[in-house]
Design a protein around this ligand. Structure first.
Ligand code: PLP
Length: 400
């Protein structure tokens, strides 16, 4: 009998670990590393939110809370879904967990059995297929590559659905591509889903506030209210309020699902941190005007990076609608050799050689299910981004 569980055996080790580890080791050795591999805003949590946490601590709000969140936060979540997404929900339709990831984990763990299928558009956020596999279910990959702006087409969705499909996972704006679906595009997917009433939809809207060029964020339960009874709309304060370390995610969905998730959470983490929950109340109810400034900063960085990567490098970079990632193709440079002598057969060879020869850390596309690409996170200062782009351009120019 092996010591480790079979469930764990089904999960692949993080494909991003190797590059992060290499970058850290190189930095420790004194190399000048620019890490554009992380997925978190580089801004501080807003002061009013931090002050709310201090108040909560000083007022003794430091005890266990309801498993599914304090009433005040569930009310704030319901108000947010109403205000921003037009979803007609109350606090009883909402649930809070220790980060958006725990919402996804709870929802899938509470519903999946071996043999069930989950449609996962490719490229995907790395955790989706691994959580599905941990649950003993099967991820079914539906290609959404650069030929469709990294968006799932209705006919591709239709072809991926079988009688075993339990969930479709949507993520807009997307990690790793930054692609954000318009309401029209979501309508196209909704039409397919209406024909398959056994399919539930998990929409990961964690990058909602980061949509550029004056674009309007749309989420599927808002676009097609007939899907709301089988949609779990997930969100969180990690990216919206630069609160990745506070660990608060939230959602709204069918009450039977929320009850199941509450049962599961009651036997795992109990409640999210009481202090972080009070901070999240302030994040959701407090002023949101700062977001316009953040958006402007991120949009400027996106433009700098897209322009630099497309400047005669051999890379092909689409302009994403949102989040803080670009996902360029390096296919035209594969099969060649870097100035440092590395043979660039795969996207992983490309990012490893780039790191070794220039100190810029990116993540290869294969980690997200789509070879021939890499992900660059532009949640970094303009100075760092400008320097990174210069080094990437130099690296590409040296490829023969
Ligand atoms: N969903 C996506 C698409 C993400 O990129 C991330 C974090 O990188 C998460 C969920 C996790 O969010 P949280 O930190 O709130 O668990």
């Amino acid at each position: 009998m092996g010591f480790l569980s079979e469930a764990l055996e089904r999960v692949a080790p993080s494909a991003t670990v190797a590059i992060s580890q290499k970058a850290r080791t190189m930095a420790q050795e004194g190399r000048d590393i620019i890490a554009l591999s992380a997925g978190e805003p580089d801004f501080d949590t807003p002061l009013n939110v931090r002050e709310a946490a201090v108040r909560a601590m000083n007022e003794g709000k430091t005890r266990y809370t309801n498993v599914d969140g304090i009433p005040e936060l569930k009310a704030a979540v319901a108000a947010k879904f109403k205000r921003d997404n037009g979803l007609d929900v109350t606090a009883a339709d909402c649930f809070v967990a220790s980060g958006g990831k725990q919402i996804i984990f709870n929802a899938l763990m509470a519903t999946l059995n071996p043999g069930d299928e989950v449609v996962v558009p490719v490229p995907y956020w790395v955790s989706y297929p691994e959580i599905v596999r941990l649950c003993g279910a099967t991820p079914v990959f539906a290609v959404a590559d650069d030929t469709t702006g990294f968006k799932l087409r209705p006919d591709v969705l239709e072809a991926a659905i079988t009688p075993k499909t339990k969930w479709l996972i949507l993520n807009t704006p997307s990690n790793p591509t930054g692609a954000a679906y318009s309401a029209d595009e979501l309508h196209g997917l909704a039409d397919v889903l209406l024909r398959h009433p056994h399919v539930h939809i998990l929409t990961d809207d964690i990058y909602e506030v980061l949509v550029y060029d004056g674009g309007t964020f749309a989420t599927i339960a808002q676009v097609e209210p007939r899907l709301q009874p089988r949609t779990l709309t997930m969100n969180g304060v990690s990216k919206s309020h630069a609160m990745t370390g506070w660990r608060i995610g939230y959602c709204t969905g069918p009450r039977v699902l929320l009850a199941a998730m509450t049962k599961l959470q009651s036997q795992s983490t109990t409640n999210p941190s009481s202090i972080a929950q009070w901070a999240a109340v302030e994040a959701l109810n407090g002023p949101q005007e700062f977001l316009a400034d953040w958006r402007a900063v991120f949009q400027g960085r996106r433009d700098l990076v897209v322009k630099g990567l497309n400047a005669n490098t051999g890379l092909d970079c689409l302009t994403p609608e949102g989040a803080f990632y670009v996902f360029p193709s390096c296919k035209r440079l594969l099969g060649k050799t870097s100035a440092g002598g590395a043979v660039l057969t795969t996207d992983e060879d490309f990012v490893m050689a780039l790191l070794e020869e220039t100190g810029v850390a990116l993540v290869h596309g294969t980690a997200f299910g789509l070879p021939g690409h890499f992900r660059l996170s532009y949640a970094a200062s303009n100075a760092e981004l400008g320097e990174a782009v210069k080094r990437i351009q130099g690296f590409c120019a040296g490829i023969r």
